[in-house]
Design a binder for this molecule. Sequence first.
Ligand code: SAH
Length: 268
Amino acid sequence: MSEQGKVWFVGAGPGDPDLITVKGRDLIARADAILYAGSLVQQAATQWAPPGCLIGDSKDMTLEQICAWLIAQARPGKTVIRLQTGDPGLYGALIEMVQPLDAVGVTVEVVPGVSSAFAAMAAAVESLTLPEVTQTVILSRVEGRTPMPGGEALRDLASHRATLCLFLSITLLTTVERELKAAGYRDDTPVLVVHKASWPGEQQIIRGTLADIRQRCRDARINSQAMIVVSPTLGARHWPTLTKSKLYDATFSHRFRRAERGQAEETS
Ligand code: SAH
């Protein structure tokens, strides 16, 4: 049997070309062919790719055309990369592209990336989790043309009062508002919207409430490439009292440190 080629699915990170992983950048630096997904990752591709590397934009391609392109390039000894925004496993049509490659025997490897959910919270100096506030993060979206599976309507997910990071939903803020109100969220619930998180010179951070976030986004002309975060942790930087993490508590022992006093506990 002849040797088969290989395609790397690489997470490019949220936009700042410096936020790709070292592994991803090293692969790009020796790439023979890169097919990137839209303007968000163009810079990382062109900035780190070697001269002579074939670089394609999949913006106008169908799934079949994308797979055909990758399969045609994936010859033995070649480094072929499918470069995607954030992490390839989040709203990245990853499996749809992997199956046709599997079918023709092309090897696949995935390199994770920094998701825009993390970049948005980092931009705003916010934490996704806080002790005794929420220890859970829900990455989701509201229903647009892609239907939501049963039990995943935003009003159901919101009943947990956990951190909600909503992708692909900035044009659906009316729905976000309606669903959260149906789940009992008040008008003054803080909402964070980050547009083009991490993009040098283009990032916008909008803070508002459930009642006014839509107008604030409209005023800022934000209608794409935005992360919506609704979380009981928002604004914690300015809270006068905070329940601190046990990890750094002097009375709390864990694998790497013994407690100064009090009962020792294990944590991982
Ligand atoms: N795989 C990507 C998500 C792709 S879906 C990831 O892990 O981030 C596209 C959606 O991601 C956009 O609609 C937007 O909600 C979000 N997004 C991607 N890049 C972003 C950025 N730099 N800032 C804010 N949101 C972003």
